[in-house]
Design a protein around this ligand. Sequence first.
Ligand code: IMP
Length: 199
Amino acid sequence: MPQLVIASNNAHKISEISQLLEGIELLSLKDIGFTADIPEPFHTFEENALAKASAIYQFCGKNVFADDSGICVHALGGAPGVDSAHYSGERDDEKNLQKVLTGLKDAQDRRAFYKAVICLMWDGEVYYFEGICEGKITEEKRGEGGFGYDPIFIPDGYEQTFAELPLSEKNKISHRGKAVMKMVEYLSPALSEGEGEVE
Ligand code: IMP
């Protein structure tokens, strides 16, 4: 089975993505013995995804992909965006989402979208896959599932937050689900039985 390294330490992301990848052996950073933090110094999802994928490719030389993602809130000028993971100044989901709720206090326009960019380094080539999920920010937290901003995000066409929807439903419509499905479509010839075996 072909192998693919996922350049992330985020257990939630890994669990969402692994449900969408079949016919491939997904290797974690732990599996390849990478223990350092991967810097994400840039101001676009694309640059950060490339930085993460390149760091891991240089470390292990294997096919690898990285996801960089975040939530962009219209009334906050697109923030938190690439700073989603540490919007409050700390890598703390609760503090981050509370900062968004505070920033939107009394706001009429509660539109937001999640964006994910995957950078795939496969057989020496670099590919990007993007997914966007439009929706709105609630007045208060709802639901126990998901992670990050999921308790305050309702995708368009739904009444429930991402934290209230089953993961299988979130994966069908989420930014990450869409980006991963595009990558799967691209890789499908290599993932079909007997084809494109990659070390
Ligand atoms: P990254 O590791 O720099 O890509 O940070 C992604 C951050 O964006 C996460 O830590 C969350 O705060 C937020 N985020 C991205 N995708 C999701 C999602 O599907 N649900 C909730 N929060 C998300």
